[in-house]
Design a protein around this ligand. Structure first.
Ligand code: MN
Length: 497
């Protein structure tokens, strides 16, 4: 596809935005186009195609002027000589902050160590703990640092496009990126209820992280799935005629094959028994309203026998991420078991687009396309809270973001250093290694030279400057240290002297 064709697609998508926003987005395109001039993706395509694809993916989720502009600009600062201040001058603080958030999130990387295995494959208890701990803290940090949910949306779309083109990336990079996608990005998409992104991210990562398992599963289910798709197609025709004859208005009805990675996960819980997986290919019915959902369910049960224990009312009792639907599994005339999911258009949008869909709906009711504009993180967080419903988890995020006593800073390589609030460069240095603490003389914070007493902030990138012949810790360092480790080491050395 040509650059112009992609831009045309984008302009079509944003046609409903006010002229001011459309102008902002087009200016952002021109700017990014210019900045990435001559650069190429690993696929050989012009680099600008990447931000364009990312913006198109996003525009499918939610339409917001500053967010889409920031998506177009998201790689400009990192990959060209243009500083963030220039983005701010040209596009304003809001867009610049979104771009800055994306840059900070990019520093969150999983450490790939020889013991790095998914928790269910790790035999040793302590390794499993340390793995789960790392993943959990990375996920939370991701949410805390982003500060604005739009930053997460951009980052998820960025990752999705990178995953779609992962086979073109350098082989040594593939496994790490895919692993991160499985352990951090997909769970966050899931937590925000963006099922569409979650499913695709997982399926794209699966073959790179577990090549053997992926091949085996694919071989095993390919035929079964295509067989089931055939009879589900037949069943759908029958079901549609039946419901319409009872005056149920069907907005949409389709079959959907289960995502392979989620199937693999489920199989592990069900003794690897494919017979027990009823939603390998499911039928999805979308009807006008909630009353029709229950009526359709009743009608279906009056004609086909339901399987005991398989009727689930996620409308009355939504899943923790906000998912709503009625599920049932019935025996068809030909003896097959078929799972049926019934929901309203709104529930469907929520299942596919999660919290982003929530905003699109609000937009429509408020007759404004700028629903995001005045939404502060705290308001967004309340939305998030109503969707997550997991109080323990929320408390943890809250603690991180608002009343937090912890901050996260990064080494230049992207390793995460978790410190108490008000921690200084000295704490950071000792957190890496006591030798580095003892020899530190200063630091570069986000590229600028700063004194040892400098307090660190969430997302800072800290490069410690050491000198071999430094005279070591001084008594006044204790004034600037918060961590037990740093204080103990400093006192120890002061005593020795
Ligand atoms: Mn990118």
């Amino acid at each position: 596809m040509t650059t112009q064709a992609l831009l045309d697609q984008l302009n079509k998508k944003i046609a409903s935005l006010p002229a001011k926003d459309r102008h902002l987005i087009n200016q952002a395109f021109d700017f990014a186009h210019q900045a990435h001039q001559g650069m190429k993706r690993e696929s050989g395509e012009p680099y600008i195609h990447h931000p364009l694809h990312v913006t198109l993916i996003l525009s499918h989720l939610a339409i917001d002027g500053p967010m889409l502009a920031a998506a177009l600009l998201h790689d400009v600062v990192e990959d060209t000589a243009i500083p963030l201040t220039q983005i701010e001058k040209k596009f304003g603080q809001e867009v610049a902050q979104l771009v800055d958030g994306v840059i900070k999130l990019a520093k969150i990387k999983i450490k790939r160590t020889p013991t790095f295995w998914p928790h269910f494959l790790v035999r040793r208890q302590e390794e499993r703990f340390s793995f789960e701990h790392q993943v959990k803290s990375l996920q939370k940090m991701f949410l805390a640092i982003s500060g604005d949910l739009r930053v997460i949306f951009i980052k998820l779309a960025d990752r999705l496009h990178n995953m779609r083109t992962l086979h073109l990336a350098r082989p040594d990079k593939r496994a790490r990126i895919a692993q991160e996608t499985l352990e951090i990005y997909a769970p966050i998409a899931n937590r925000l209820g963006i099922g569409e992104l979650k499913g695709e991210l997982e399926d794209l990562a699966f073959p790179f992280v577990y090549p053997q398992e992926y091949q085996n599963l694919k071989k095993r289910v390919e035929e079964i799935i295509s067989e089931r798709e055939k009879y589900v197609d037949e069943f759908i025709k029958l079901l549609k005629r039946f419901l319409e004859s009872k005056n149920i208005i069907i907005v949409d009805i389709h079959g959907r094959a289960k995502h392979l990675y989620s199937l693999w996960n489920k199989l592990r819980r069900y003794d690897n028994n494919l017979e027990k997986i009823y939603d390998l290919v499911a039928v999805r019915i979308i009807v006008k309203n909630v009353a029709d959902c229950y009526q359709a369910l009743g009608l279906i049960h009056s004609r086909w026998n339901p399987l005991i224990g398989r009727i689930k009312d996620y409308i009355a009792m939504p899943k923790p991420n906000g998912y709503q639907s009625l599920h049932t599994t019935i025996f068809s005339e030909t003896g097959q078991q078929i799972e049926i999911q019934i929901r309203t258009p709104r529930m469907h949008a929520r299942a596919e687009h999660g919290i982003a869909a929530h905003w699109s709906y609000k937009e429509q009711t408020q007759k404004t396309n700028r629903a995001f504009q005045d939404v502060q993180w705290i308001k967004q967080f309340n939305e998030l809270r109503s969707i997550i419903n997991d109080h323990k988890e929320i408390k943890q995020i809250l603690e991180l973001d608002f009343f937090s006593d912890r901050i996260f800073a990064f080494t230049p390589k992207g390793d995460v250093i978790n410190l108490p609030r008000d921690a200084s460069v000295i704490d950071f240095a000792y957190a890496i290694h006591s030798d580095i603490g003892n020899a530190c003389t200063g630091a570069k914070i986000n590229g600028q030279i700063k004194p040892l007493a400098t307090r660190l902030e969430n997302g800072d990138i800290v490069e410690i400057i050491t000198q071999k012949n430094s005279r070591g810790p001084k008594a006044d360092w204790l004034k600037f240290t918060r961590t037990q480790k740093a204080r103990a080491k400093i006192k120890q050395i002061l005593k020795i002297r």
